[in-house]
Each structure stands twice: as structure tokens, then as C-alpha cells.
Write a new protein. Sequence first.
Lengths: 122, 122
Amino acid sequence: MRRTMNDTHDHGNCAVAATAEIIATKWTPLIVHDLSEGPRRFMKLEKACPGISPRTLSERLDMLERQGVLVRRSYPESPPRVEYELTEKGRALLPIIREMRKFGRSWMIDAPAKGRRASAAH
Amino acid sequence: MRRTMNDTHDHGNCAVAATAEIIATKWTPLIVHDLSEGPRRFMKLEKACPGISPRTLSERLDMLERQGVLVRRSYPESPPRVEYELTEKGRALLPIIREMRKFGRSWMIDAPAKGRRASAAH
């Protein structure tokens, strides 16, 4: 079948899908949001994601490291200290997080009733 | 334990988490992105999400309808026509999708090598 979709849209769709691979998984926006304030240790990140299991947090951190979103730094102290820090690519995700926060404040937290307003006019 | 986290950050975290419930699930950004161009039928949305199963697409559409992000309109034709359309709340998600597209273009598609550049300077 010949592709008839608009190319620009198609390309845009592809870019959205690629970003979704990183950011549209449970907990990831919260981890990136917490790291936006500076390097964090594992336990601090755990507190930023109430309910996450240590195993899931490890998996997410591994994925984000593989994707080049964060770096893991270990300091040879006793006990050893490990911190996670956003890279330039990771910081480039922050405008997405900012828009998520704005949406959350306007539509989910401060004004939950708004969501009930069926608004699409005909 | 007394909460010592910064309140503003805490509130922001909560807003990000609430938005993540809607947008940080597989396929949802693609569905919202496709609906940003106008009302869509089920089959058209299926094409916008290559690899999605009809069952998963139904589940996502139900969730987005419950969340007030889209409305489902049926027209009494033969065969009946059903279309999905973003609400005002749904359109309020579009700045997030736009930032996701920008990130995807800069870091995932046009310049994948950038991701390899470890950049956080000390």
C-alpha cells in the first residue's frame, strides 16, 4: 500500500515515538524531574518516586544511562558514594517536564473539575 | 519522619506525577499527537501507532475518555461511524507533545550521535 500520510506529520510522529521510548514509561518523568535539581543518590531518587521498588528504579536508571540521559558517578569513599546526574541530553528533556508540570497544575491538581467539562464544541 | 523536601518541588513533583498517569504510558503520546490534527476513526489511529493491538488501543481510548482528554462521538450511519476528538483538556496536552517532538528531532532522529556525547561538565 502506498503511503499517503503527510510526510511532515509522519516525521513528527516518528520523533514523538522516539521520545516516548524514553519519557513515556512509568516513573521516568519523576526521576528526570528530581535530577533537574542536581545530582542525586539512589535513596533520594527512591523518595521522589513513592511506591517504586528498588529493582524498578535500578532498571530505569540503567535505561536512562544507556540512552545517554544521565551519567552515574561513583566516588571511592567508604561506604562508596554513587550519584546520578543529567547529561546535556537529559537536560534537553526538561522543557517536556515543565509542560507536564503546567498541565498537571491546571488540569489535574488545582482544578480537577475542569476535566469533567466536555468542551469540544461543534 | 518529618518531611523536609522543598514544598514547591514537592507540589511540582505531584503535578508531574499526575500528568504522567495520562501521558507516560506506551502509545498515549502518539494517539494524542494524531488527534491533534482532527477527529479520527479507530482504524486511522491504529495506523498512527504501528504495532499496537486493537485491544490495547481500545484500552487507551477508554482511559483517555475517562480522563476527559477525548470524546467519542458516534454517528448513526450504516455502518455506524465512530470518531474520537480531543477536548479542551486534551488540547492542553499538545505543548507537551510539541516539546517531545522537538526533543526527538534534536536528540533521537536527526542527530542520534549527540546522545553519545557525555556532556555534564564538572
